[in-house]
Design a protein around this ligand. Sequence first.
Ligand code: AMP
Ligand code: GLY
Length: 426
Amino acid sequence: MKVLVVGGGGREHALVWKISQSKAVDKIYCAPGNPGISTLAECLDIGQEDTEALIRFAKKEKIGLTVVGPEIPLVNGIVNEFEKNDLAIFGPTQKAAEIEGSKVFSKYLLDKYKIPTADCIVFDNYDEAVKYLNEVSYPTVIKADGLAAGKGSIICQNKNEALTAIEDIMLKKIFGEAGDRLIVEEFMIGEEASIIALVDGENISYFSPSQDHKAIFDDDKGPNTGGMGAYAPAPIITKSLLEQIHAEVMEPTVRAMAKEKRPYRGFLYAGLMITAQGPKVVEFNCRLGDPETQVLLPLYEGDLFNEMLRIAEGKPIENKREISKKWAMCVIMAAGGYPGNYEKGTEVFGLEQGFDDGVEVFHAGTKFGNNGNVVTNGGRVLGVTAFADDYYSVRENAYSAVGKITFNKAYYRKDIGAKAKRHLAR
Ligand code: AMP
Ligand code: GLY
């Protein structure tokens, strides 16, 4: 079968890598892909949001399954368009993807079905939002309703910061239409974890629980990024806590989506805060996490492609998964300056050498330079990933591989996985 993967970041490199291991797959295309992906798939000069061109290509090449990585095409309704054209595609429909596309919708769903989350109030009027600030306690969290590339949630330490956030979102429209509405949300205290699963409309099959590292600097300091590293399994999520999360969050959410006539098929990602009162939802995503995917797929035993194809064909999930006994860790190498301004086009050295077994270097923001060399092309450049039997080996192997790769002003966090170590020490 021929497969088309939509996207071109580290998550999509890991997806293509995993799909390439399926016996059912003969050829993979990726739109637009990146230099790392091009070693496994044919990269296309089609943008991830160009639904019409993607449909034309899928028809012409008789693509057996299309798999969508990023949220924007999903929220824009790529799945509906493919299905209208009788093309098999894996991912949630537009109405189901709204679970990520609109924070107002996801908070409404959580409230209606009594799924634990932070209390919040929705505003579509600037003056009313500002007036409400007299009633909140700080820190408080202000979130734009729509998609904002992971930057739409602002934690405000005092009223002045909250005023600026509301002004930026509603008046200056720094996130565009995504800021037509906003929510003011209670600040939750706890440790975060990512619970990501395959959902077939009814049944849920979990990947290992994982943790992202959103802040740019060590010890979770500095502004948030797309994610500076990840590891799995996250020991904070014990087997019994995962059962509680299934019973109190994931299962009720999947049932609620079906009841709301938005049956959920695809990857479902719950960002959770593990608070003193138990797990609470921070947000839902309608896709795999980036960089969580880079650690989850190496740990996934079995044919993920087969499961995606079954779900796209309306069949139930075949395999229920257990928390992995093996470990994986991904360290993101970023361009210095990210998440602010940074240079592009810097040559990356050290990629051609063979890495040890159990090490994969997933490309994110890279492209080919003029002489066919690999150069930087984004903030997050590479996801250097190791997988092995224990935590200490993945940490050592991931950082040792990072040490073999260089580019001007390369930056990475030195403390990926430190939280796991604290739990393990207990
Ligand atoms: P989001 O855009 O909703 O994924 O939020 C981005 C990050 O902001 C989360 O990963 C949390 O670290 C933080 N955050 C969002 N909402 C809250 C909240 N209600 N309480 C505490 N932290 C939050
Ligand atoms: N790693 C966070 C995200 O993918 O949204």
